[in-house]
Ligand binder design. Structure first.
Ligand code: PLP
Length: 399
């Protein structure tokens, strides 16, 4: 629209939200649609965390706080980084915001001059490129391959860096592939970055605790020399099933955190007081519930992988973390649906599965990797089984 700012050019709303809209429309027509498109756990937020939020309301802890979070929340964040990641941050080096998403957006907005580049390995979380564009930067997409476990290689990173590179985004475990960088793989990337002092590192650790195999590695801990130019982002959404509470946090150099705080103070101010109290309970409360969650998620992952193994048109390796299977659907392209339509792309595969199987998945092109679909298995196990049977039947109906 002519009245919109130029910075709106090329930035769209999230494709995962579009799938959710289609799912809602079909549901409204009376269809029992299963949405495997959304990156959200079905588990309820643990009770003790909810109780802390309720206590905040009952005790009248419902007013403005310091923009970057209360002293108590900051202490809990610092203790978490020290305990779990061997990262020591001061109060000036941590900030809480309304989700990891807001923190990443503010970090980019605070640092990018028009035309500066941000390296985004593909497949990527859908929001990174659009956030970069909204901040008037240029996303530089670096494709990763299944042969490399969907991980950025040191060579590819090196080749992508130019004098204009301002950031590189590293997301492990990865959305949408579930790939987890080993400490050695992370170290190899940090070694490249040591030689490029103009580059900042954005570590998106939001799926840290959703891991089936392998150790977790975050760049600032793997290479302490990068600590002064790394923003380590994390949050409550995935590891505590708190997506709706909107609470994330980050640790990084004081100059960057201060700038993010300025943006926050002039836009959204402090994250919800109630969520902050709940967040303290989460960070200080132990993670015993996670063992059960991971057991359930592993069962579900295997349900999806078993279905894929039975279907000719789909293929996938075993993802190590997050709650997604990123399945190769290239063998389905060129097939004809029972209605006589030819499937020409991964978007057609997703549309066919939605219309024929009433299952919502997201097409790989949305993550910068056409030819694949992302199946999020964070729904109730029996529902997932039913959805997988329907996907299987729909795939078999192709000719
Ligand atoms: N980073 C990645 C890789 C994600 O997948 C998501 C959520 O889907 C986020 C960040 C955003 O998390 P939050 O709910 O804390 O904003």
């Amino acid at each position: 629209h002519a009245r919109l700012a130029p910075r709106m050019n090329g930035a769209g709303s999230s494709p995962t939200a579009e799938i959710s809209n289609k799912v809602r429309a079909l549901t409204a027509q009376g269809h029992a649609v299963v949405n495997l498109g959304e990156g959200e756990l079905d588990f309820p937020t643990p009770e003790a965390i909810c109780a802390a939020g309720i206590a905040a309301i009952e005790e009248g802890d419902t007013k403005y706080t310091a923009v970057a979070g209360t002293a108590a929340l900051k202490a809990a964040i610092r203790a978490k980084f020290a305990r779990e990641n061997a990262l020591d941050y001061s109060d000036e080096e941590v900030i809480a915001g309304a989700g990891a998403k807001q923190l990443i957006f503010n970090a980019l907005l605070a640092t990018l001059a028009p035309g500066e580049e941000v390296i985004v390995p593909a497949p990527y979380w859908v929001s990174y490129p659009d956030m970069v564009r909204l901040a008037e930067g240029v996303p530089v997409i670096v494709p990763c391959t299944p042969a490399d476990g969907w991980k950025l290689t040191p060579q590819a990173l090196k080749q992508a860096i130019t004098p204009l590179t301002r950031w590189v985004v590293l997301n492990s475990p990865n959305n949408p592939t579930g790939a987890v960088y080993s400490p050695e793989e992370m170290k190899a990337l940090t070694e490249v970055l040591l030689g490029c002092p103009q580059v900042l590192v954005l570590a998106d650790d939001i799926y840290e605790h959703v891991r089936f195999e392998g150790a977790f590695a975050t760049p600032a801990a793997v290479e302490p020399a990068l600590r002064e130019r790394t923003l380590t982002v994390n949050g409550m959404s995935k590891g505590y099933s708190m997506t709706g509470w909107r609470l994330g946090y980050a640790g990084g150099p004081a100059w960057l955190v201060a700038a993010m705080q300025v943006l926050q103070s002039q836009s959204t101010s402090n994250p919800s007081t109630i969520s902050q109290r709940a967040g303290i309970a989460a960070l200080e409360g132990g993670r015993d519930f996670m063992t059960g969650w991971l057991e359930t998620l592993r069962t579900r992952r295997d349900i999806v992988l078993d279905m894929i193994a039975r279907v000719d048109g789909l293929a996938s390796d075993v993802p190590e973390g997050a709650f997604y299977v990123f399945a190769d659907c290239r063998a389905m392209i060129g097939a004809t649906t029972p209605a006589g339509r030819v499937i020409a792309s991964d978007l057609d595969v997703a549309t066919y599965l939605l219309e024929a199987a009433h299952v919502g998945v997201v097409h790989g092109a949305a993550f910068g990797a056409p030819g694949y679909i992302r199946i999020a298995y964070a729904v109730d196990t029996e529902t997932l089984r039913a959805a997988c049977r329907r996907i299987e039947a729909a795939c078999r109906a192709l000719s």
